[in-house]
Structure formats: C-alpha cells, structure tokens
Design a binder for this molecule. Structure first.
Ligand code: GLU
Ligand code: MG
Length: 645
C-alpha cells in the first residue's frame, strides 16, 4: 500500500500549505515520464499478484484467536531469512514480503513477475503456497498467516482481539474501538490515519447494515459503543448520530485498511493497450468483488453485506462535510491556495470514474468528473489527450495526505514521489500505472476489487483467470463498455448478502465490437455472465476456453488450467459457496450462537481454527472447495519438501 519513504512527516497544518506544490510537481513528474515513455512499446506480457495476510495467534487452551502485532519482527525475519524452500529456486524468484496497514498484516509478492504462458500460469499456485509455507516456518508456534479478508472481531469491546491486548484509543485514529498501536509503526501509517481525520474534520464514520437474525433486537442499537466517553473531542459523535441504528458502527481507518485483498497487476505492450485493458476490466470489477466476497463480519457482528468495499471506502473518506454535501460549500474554508472548495462525490477509495481508452464511447463516460482544472490544462497543453488528462486531473482533486519534510523539493526528472503521493492514495477498483522512471518496467494496469481467498488454490485460480481475461480482451477485441453509473450500481449489488443468488448485474448484451443492438444493456446473474447466455453474450468462461483452445496447449497443461476455470465456474453458479457464505453458515450453525448476530470470541476461535484446517487440507468442505483440494494441497506440499501434517 503505497511507497514507504523515510523521513519526518509534516504536521497536517503544514502539509496543507504544500498541497499545491505537491500537485504541481506531481504532474511535472508525470510529464517527465510521459515524455520518456509515451511511445514505449513492445513490452512483454508480465504480471504479478499481491497477497495480503493477517497473522492470527491461536490459544488452544483459552480458545482465543487474536491478531499478532509482530509485523515488524516478522518482516525483518522474512526479508532476510533463508529457507530450504528456496533451494531449487533461481534467486530472482525468491518471493518478497512487504508491510501493510495493520500491524498484524503482511503482504507477499512473487520475486519476479510471471508471464502469461501456460508454464508460468501453472507455477502460480505453488509459488503462492511456497510464500505461505515460508512465512509459517518463521512464525511462532501458534501464529498462522491467514488470507482472511476481514478479521471478524477487529474492534470488539467485550474481549481483547490483539495479542498483546491493548486499550483502544490514541491520537492518530482517536477510535473508541481500535488502539493506535494496531497500526503499522512506520510513521507514514499513523500520519495517514490522523491526516484523513484532520482533513475531514471528524472521525471517519463507517456504518454497515447489521444482519437481523431472529434474536437481534429491532431496532439494533449497539450496546457495546461507549456512548458516554469523553476521551477525544469527537467521542460525543457516537451519541450525536455518527452510529446509525441497525448498523455496525466503526470509527477508524483500520477497520477498512485493516482488510486484506488480492490484487493483480499486468504489464501491457504500451500505454494505449494498458488503457484498453483498464477500460475492459472496469465493468468486470463488481463481478469479481461479488464472486470473491469474503467479509461478512465486522466488530463481532454479522453484517448484511458480504464484502469489504464500502467499509474501506468509508474508512479513508477524508472529504469535509461540505465536500460530502452535508454542509453548504460557502462554509468551507479554503484548504489550499490552488483549489476552490467543491463537492466531491466519492471517497478516495472507490470505483473508477472515467474510461481511459481513446475509443471509449463518450456516452458511457457518464460520471460527472471533478477535476483540478490547472492540472488538466497543463496536461492538455503538453499534448496529452483529453481522456488521460481528465483522468489525472480527477485523481489530483485529492490533497496529498502525508508529506515528508525531507522530500518536499525533489528533482522531477528523477523522482516520482509527488506523483505517487497522490496516485497511490487514490484507491480505485482499477489503477493505471505509468512506468517507473528509467526502469525496465512498462505501462501497467492493476485490478484491485478482489477479496483475498482462504487458500492459495483459490487465489491462484482468480489471479490466473483475471490474467487470461486480460488476454481474451485483446485477442477477441471484446466490448464490455457500459455506462460507468451502472458499473457503480453493480458495485453496490456486488456487496449484497449472497449476491450470487440474489442479485443481477447490469452488463452489455453484445460483447462483440460494433454489434448493432437497440438495447445495449441487460441484467444478468453472475452465472449467466460467467457461463454465457447466447451467441451475443458468450460468457467469460467460454471466452477464456476458446482462447486456450487457440493456444493448442499440451493436454496436461490444459487440464490443469481447466481445473482452475471449472472452479471459478462453480463459484459463479453457486455450486461452491463463497467464503462469505461459508462464514455465515458457520456462525449460524455454531452451538453457542444465539441468533443475535453476535460473533463471540469462542465462535471466532472455532471459525478461524476451522478455516485453518480447511486451508491445510485437514477438513474437506465439498460445497466450498473442490473435493480434490486436500489431496492436491498435500501433493504440492510434498513438491515443496514441506513435511506433511
Ligand atoms: N488492503 C486493501 C484492500 O483490501 C488494499 C491496500 C493496497 O492497495 O495494497 O483493498
Ligand atoms: Mg497491499
């Protein structure tokens, strides 16, 4: 999550004075890259995944599962340790581990990118498993790196949820529920947290609808919110309506950025191709959020949504009241020298607001785009086309949140710091990434909506499938364009409980380019979108298979890839349930569950133990994972030379 510079962060009051400076130089930095790389072409198809984990400590005596806060120590070990797991591996392929927002989180990436060849695609799962095994080898006995999207009891008030136990509060988040010491200790993270709160003028407010079970009070007014505390100026807010009835209330960045995801970044041959892939992926983002949904529980309560998206979006929503539209603009202080106060429709973490490819139908770019006009004009004057200029001018309506005093004045021909400052704190469903200066890396596109899955088999399957789709888009010249306002509506539907069975998604009726049709858009289930309906809408899976047919792969390779694809198909049509559904069912059938939406410490412990057993292949759940998962997992562990259980 963003780049980690060393240095002294400026106080928010000081940082705001430099916002215009950062924006101006950020755009100059982009222009340096653009001049150097706009005609860059012929970069190979390369891609990589980012997998986020939370380190859970199990106490088999007390029956607790809590978050280990040993991120710093763990990363130091993982970044330097040697392991027999790497013995047979070229040095460049040694995976790397990175910090993430939570002090209980780690992230892994492959040592070097994969290609899209079948050989490489079939290396991905083993590579992911090797990373997990490596991390396990260097953790304490009862610590487990788990690829779980949201920690069910993060912020619960009836018992500790971290190890060691900490008291809520601290001046970064000023949370009633989360201790600041749960935030990554690199100064960037607490500063980011505090500055989002300071810019906004209040604490962030996250309200997720609660799942009303038979014994959940109606209305549900959360008894665990300490309404009467006066520790921080904002505390009275809880009483003043920040916490909505019938909702699970959360008040800190950690509730969102403390969630895990699975991201995939692909390199395109050139900037134009990257923009085309960006556009074609955009309508797919809600579908992949729905099919990977894995976050149905927050602060110890079962929610009525299955996915993390709106939670993270609200958790970093730094807009002021006036920007959000809850106060008149005339009351808004002018934050910066260069921008007048204005409404901003979305949080910095949200869905894509404009298509980027020059051939995008203008009518599908139907979102009003707030822009920093000076940024746009400068880019246009430099010869950049309107779509790209407007995209960047839109990202640049945001203020820089963390500025290091040592890095205020940098050389715009050798540094991208100011550009990245804004770019990497615009967390959208897709990200368009220019080449780093002077490197061997080309134009890239990042696919960001997916929730992380429990097993490396699933994470590999989704990564491989998305990569294949990125090839399919170019190979068959697909046309997935649809109005972005409907993609946004799909994002909301994607998070609904059991979206696979309860929701339809807007999508193109005709996927071939130039198809004549009076009605362009229909509404479809995920099963229809993945499996297809008719010749006009062949389905994502049949398209991927048709593409693989053309590659004429060796039969064993094809069979292996087909396993992943068949699994995706079974998730899409509900034959296999999503992680979110599995978690709901687990809670509901737990003997101690009182049908009051409460996930107690014991239920949480049992659920995480069970998930851990499933991941290890000790427990088969044939309506969640394919029946052969356990056997395959053991075979892979043997391949890695990891002693089996
Ligand atoms: N963990 C965040 C998420 O779940 C993403 C952070 C990042 O961009 O790496 O979307
Ligand atoms: Mg990350």
């Amino acid at each position: 999550m963003g780049l980690l510079s060393l240095g002294t962060p400026l106080e928010w009051a000081e940082a705001t004075k430099l916002a215009a400076h950062i924006r101006k130089h950020g755009i100059d930095q982009f222009l340096s890259v653009w001049r150097a790389a706009k005609d860059r072409s012929g970069d190979p198809v390369l891609w990589g995944d980012e997998l986020e984990y939370m380190v859970v400590v199990f106490d088999p005596v007390q029956h607790t599962a809590r978050l280990s806060l040993r991120q710093g120590e763990i990363l130091r070990v993982l970044q330097s340790a040697h392991s027999p797991l790497f013995a047979a591996l070229p040095a460049a392929q040694r995976p790397t581990f990175h910090p993430e927002y939570g002090r209980y989180m780690i992230e892994s990436t492959p040592g070097e990118p994969f290609s899209a060849s079948a050989d490489d695609l079939l290396r991905v799962e083993l590579d992911m498993l090797r990373r997990r095994c490596f991390a396990k080898q260097h953790l304490r006995e009862h610590e487990v790196p788990m690829t779980v999207t949201s920690f069910p009891r993060l912020g619960a008030t009836d018992a500790p949820f971290t190890d060691p136990a900490l008291t809520a509060g601290g001046d970064a988040a000023r949370s009633l529920f989360l201790p600041d010491d749960l935030i990554n200790q690199h100064v960037r993270f607490p500063t980011l947290t505090a500055n989002i709160r300071k810019r906004r003028g209040t604490k962030v407010r996250i309200n997720v609808p609660i799942f009303h079970d038979t014994h959940t009070p109606r209305p549900f007014v959360d008894p665990t919110i300490p309404h009467a505390r006066n520790t921080f100026p904002e505390d009275s807010e809880a009483a003043l309506g920040a916490a909505l009835p019938d909702h699970i209330y959360m008040d800190a960045m950690g509730f969102g950025m403390g969630c895990n995801c699975l991201q995939v970044t692909f390199q395109a041959a050139n900037a134009t191709e990257a923009r085309r892939v960006y556009d074609q992926c955009t309508p797919l983002t809600p579908l992949f959020l729905a099919i990977t949904a894995a976050a149905p529980i927050y602060r110890g309560y079962v929610a009525d949504v299955d996915a993390r998206w709106n939670v993270i979006s609200a958790s970093v929503d730094d807009r002021t009241n006036a920007e959000r539209g809850t106060a008149p603009l005339r009351d808004e202080p002018k934050h910066n020298a260069d921008t007048a106060p204005r409404r901003l429709r979305k949080s910095r973490y949200d869905s894509v607001d404009s298509y980027l490819y020059p051939g995008a139908p203008p009518e599908d770019n139907d979102m009003p785009l707030e822009m920093d006009l000076s940024v746009r004009d400068k880019l246009l004057a430099a010869g950049i086309d309107p779509l790209l200029a407007e995209h960047l001018a839109h990202l640049f309506v945001r203020d820089p949140l963390v500025i290091f005093s040592e890095l205020v004045d940098v050389d715009n021909t050798t540094s991208m710091d100011h550009f990245e400052n804004i770019q990497s704190t615009n967390w959208q469903t897709m990200r368009f990434k220019p080449p780093p200066l002077g490197g061997h890396i080309g134009w890239r596109v990042e696919f960001r909506p997916m929730e992380v899955q429990l097993t490396d088999f699933e994470n590999a399957a989704f990564s491989i499938f998305v990569v294949l789709l990125s090839r399919v888009m170019l190979h068959f010249n697909t046309d997935f364009y649809m109005p972005l306002s409907l993609v946004d509506e799909n994002m909301q539907r994607a998070q609904q409980r059991d979206a696979i069975h309860t929701q339809r998604f807007y999508f193109r009726r005709h996927w071939a380019p130039d198809a004549e049709s009076t009605e362009r858009i229909g509404e479809y289930t995920l099963a229809e979108l993945f499996w297809g309906r008719d010749a006009a809408m062949p389905g994502l899976i049949p398209l991927v298979r048709r593409y693989l047919d053309e590659l004429a792969l060796a039969p064993e390779q094809r069979a292996e890839l087909d396993r992943y694809i068949a699994f995706i198909g079974e998730r899409a049509n509900g034959t296999l349930m999503t992680t979110a559904t599995w978690m709901r069912r687990f809670v509901h059938s737990h003997p101690q569950y009182k049908h009051d939406s409460v996930v107690s410490e014991k239920i949480n412990y049992d659920m995480l133990c069970t998930l851990n057993k499933i991941e290890r292949g000790e427990l088969a759940v044939p309506d969640f994972l394919p029946p052969w998962y356990a056997e395959r997992h053991r075979t892979m562990e043997r391949t890695l030379g990891v002693p089996s259980l």
